[in-house]
Design a protein around this ligand. Sequence first.
Ligand code: ATP
Length: 235
Amino acid sequence: MLRCEGATLDYGSYRALDGVSVHVEAGELVVMLGANGAGKSSLFLAISGLRRLKAGAIRLGGRDLAGAKPSAIVEAGLVHCPEGRKLFPGMSVEKNLRLGAYVHRRDPARSEEILDEVFGMFPILREKRHDPAGSLSGGQQQMVAIGRALMGRPKVLLLDEPSLGLAPLVVKQVLEAVKAINAAGTTVLLAEQNAFAALQIADRAYVLENGRIVMEGEPATLLRDEGIRRAYIGA
Ligand code: ATP
């Protein structure tokens, strides 16, 4: 479904991604582990067309995304839910959500249907639909960010650190929602620092260090690895 081959990205003389090859098959939930600055966000920005690769290729369903505009990548079925949520805090929850339905702008009935599904998944957002997004709790704001991404009805959802800054119980709720989204048929690539919790819901995982993939495997394999446990799980 999604394939990066040798993805290389520079910021000036700094190499943020150095030949990253990863793939996500249809229906999978794949986790990208990595410390701050490992390159997770850079990889996601490159996949969604917001940063240009210096070398390498990215394919979505066999289509080469080289040079594709971010809007065309969304239309092709890939939506990026960015780190830090990037909501419009003064706008209502509902208006924030509707921004994600831009791809269905010629089919308003479709947008209403999907909005109803998003409210079904996050009932608290229906209750707070007219409240400014910035007045919600951190976890609820993350639900708005995920909901806005779902409004585009993606085939592939890139989720960049959805649990950042949230309390442990809320992290669990957000990751359960991610699992439910995947179980309902959306392919997910999830960047997370909360390694233990993320590995509980993943089908497969990669570890990114200094712009390079240093390990790939099933969650059970990574959880048994002494180096991974020490670096990412603290046990
Ligand atoms: P975090 O969780 O902190 O966002 P990350 O794994 O997502 O970490 P990136 O944000 O991709 O990492 O950053 C990778 C490296 O590239 C870091 O060293 C970062 O300082 C650097 N970097 C990121 N964006 C830029 C930029 N616009 N200009 C220069 N350097 C950048």
